[in-house]
Ligand binder design. Structure first.
Ligand code: TPP
Ligand code: MG
Length: 325
């Protein structure tokens, strides 16, 4: 496969800067008490979502978990809409019905965010089956964590996707913990080995490296689109701020966390682009500063916005509108 073009590298950087800026705004606003909700931090996972933004087409389908803000932003969901959903403000893109865990925007392929561990795989297989029947050329990408690999739905969906050769790419973000439990307590063997059991091509990639993830995802998406069936990608990463924001992380050894934080994917990608002479440090700083300013403006507008009105509550809920008087 050809190395990524300068354009693609810039798009990957832009996507990471946007995700990092929005994540920083959320974390700072939560710390200062200006907003309040349960947040599943995405810091340490940014490169994976940035790669996805370049590997999928706009009309491709995406299914993600509660730890999904990076994916949602990378698919093109406006930050204002997500923050509105999280805070119950009028900028919410689904009238507040999605809340923090169920963001969806079908018009851009953001089909489902699920709070159920393992709950993303069966619907993703179903969407891919629909694409195969309709011959619409779409690929579905499905994210889940390492904790999902021991659920029945993981195995049922993988088997179903394999047997029907469905256009779906399963991506496991292996951040080494499920809530408080480290993965060495939860599985033996390898995650890719489980794909072997279903004759699904699989590979493990460094989830801090957007170029490596982009390469793996592009190959898997191309294979799915060409009728080659499903793939599994395990992208290694880490949860820098724990399961939820404010998590004391008592089961995460301090030296393990420090070692992972030292590898910060955004900082290392920035360094790599500058050192290779692809972009100047100033150019990249400008992009990050613009992303920061944009995310800050979204927060300011959110704080000033009124709460969601109850008018839209029952719209887009049932096929036949019902009245509530
Ligand atoms: C079926 C089910 N069981 C338990 C839970 C409670 N729960 C929420 S998140 C989580 C950990 C999942 O870890 P992982 O899949 O590794 O994803 P991560 O949070 O690390 O991104 C658990 C057990 C749940 N939401 N759904
Ligand atoms: Mg995990």
């Amino acid at each position: 496969m050809m190395p990524p073009t300068r354009e693609t590298l810039l798009d990957l950087y832009r996507a990471m800067a946007h995700i990092r800026a929005c994540d920083e705004v959320i974390r700072n606003a939560l710390i200062s008490g200006r907003i309040m909700f349960f947040y599943f931090p995405i810091t340490g996972h940014e490169a994976i979502a940035a790669a996805m933004s370049q590997a999928l087409r706009k009309d491709d389908h995406l299914v993600v978990t509660y730890r999904g803000v990076h994916h949602q932003l990378a698919k093109g969901v406006p930050f204002a809409g997500i923050l509105g959903e999280m805070t119950g403000k009028s900028t919410a893109m689904s009238d507040g019905k999605c809340g923090t865990m169920h963001v969806c925007m079908p018009e851009i392929g953001m089909m489902l965010s699920s709070g159920i561990v393992g709950g993303t795989l069966p619907p993703a297989a179903g969407m891919a089956l629909a694409s195969k029947i309709r011959k619409d050329g779409r690929v579905t990408m499905c994210f889940f964590g390492d904790g999902a690999i021991n659920t029945g739905s993981f195995h049922e969906a993988m088997n179903f996707a394999a047997v029907y050769e469905l256009p779906v790419v399963f991506v496991c973000e292996n951040n080494r913990y499920a809530e408080t439990t480290p993965t060495h307590h939860t599985y033996k063997g390898t995650i890719t080995g489980r794909a072997d059991a279903y004759a699904i091509p699989a590979e493990t990639v460094d989830g801090y490296d957007p170029i490596a993830v982009h390469r793996a995802m592009s190959a898997a998406v191309a294979r799915a689109r060409d009728g080659g069936g499903p793939s599994l990608i395990e992208a290694t990463c880490f949860r820098y701020y724990g399961h939820y924001f404010g998590d004391p992380m008592i089961t995460v050894p301090k030296d393990e966390l420090a070692a992972e934080m030292a590898k910060d994917p955004f900082k290392s990608f920035t360094g790599q682009l500058v050192e290779s002479g692809t972009f100047s440090a100033e150019e990249l700083q400008r992009i990050k500063a613009d992303a920061d300013a944009e995310a800050q403006a979204v927060l300011a507008a959110n704080l000033a916005a009124p709460p969601v009105s109850r008018d839209g509550m029952l719209e887009r809920t049932y096929a036949n509108p019902i009245s509530v008087n």
